[in-house]
Design a protein around this ligand. Structure first.
Ligand SMILES: Cc1cc2nc3c(=O)[nH]c(=O)nc-3n(C[C@H](O)[C@H](O)[C@H](O)COP(=O)(O)OP(=O)(O)OC[C@H]3O[C@@H](n4cnc5c(N)ncnc54)[C@H](O)[C@@H]3O)c2cc1C
Length: 165
């Protein structure tokens, strides 16, 4: 048994703390905010979409980001600053937009997402009604409005979901 401190009480911190308690450790969870899961984990899209494992960094994103510059409702908002950390992050992001990095990233994400889904299912069956949230398992509809996107989606699913129905 070890004594463990988990910093941050979002979904990642809380689930990690719970797994550590189940493994017999003494855990202290520290949260800087007023509430547990009061930040990013509070109001996200709520999708558990293992099939949607492609990273945000894709070959088309740098061009889209240029078009979105200055738009307040852009899905990816970039505010360039004289900040070496930001430029270093951007450099790494651009490296990861290349096709090969995208394939490797998608495969890694998919493995992690598949594992996470199995842990989520275990958690649901262990905790039963104590683990209640607005859960819906009816699937997700994705709307595609161009032939190009349809072809890309078909290619992505054929490549990454060979063994699924
Ligand atoms: C608009 C939006 C939609 C999204 N939709 C989806 C979706 O549909 N499906 C999906 O799977 N994911 C979605 N995500 C992503 C998902 O919400 C995040 O990946 C996830 O919530 C991150 O959880 P976290 O525990 O890492 O971070 P957080 O929930 O942000 O938790 C971090 C916690 O650490 C605390 N903290 C920070 N610093 C300290 C410190 N020094 N000491 C103590 N505490 C500290 C913060 O207060 C916070 O509570 C979405 C995200 C956004 C923004």
């Amino acid at each position: 048994m070890s004594r463990v401190i988990v910093i941050g009480g979002g979904i990642v911190g809380v689930t990690s703390a719970w797994a550590l308690v189940n493994d017999g450790h003494e855990v202290t969870l520290l949260e800087a905010g007023q509430d547990i899961a009061g930040q990013t984990s509070y109001a996200n899209g709520g999708q558990i979409a293992v099939s949607d494992s492609a990273p945000w960094a894709t070959p088309s994103v740098p061009f889209k980001v240029m078009r979105w510059l200055g738009r307040n409702d852009a899905p990816f908002r970039l505010r360039p600053r004289l900040d070496i950390t930001q430029w270093h992050w951007l450099y790494l992001f651009l490296l990861n937009c290349r096709g090969r990095a995208l394939s490797a990233g998608t495969e890694r994400n998919l493995r992690l997402a598949t594992y996470s889904l199995s842990r989520l299912q275990q958690t649901r069956s262990t905790l039963g009604n104590e683990f209640s949230y607005d859960d819906s398992q009816k699937g997700i509809i994705r709307l595609i409005d161009s032939q190009k996107e349809a072809d890309a989606a078909r290619h992505y699913f054929a490549k990454n979901h060979k063994n699924e129905n």
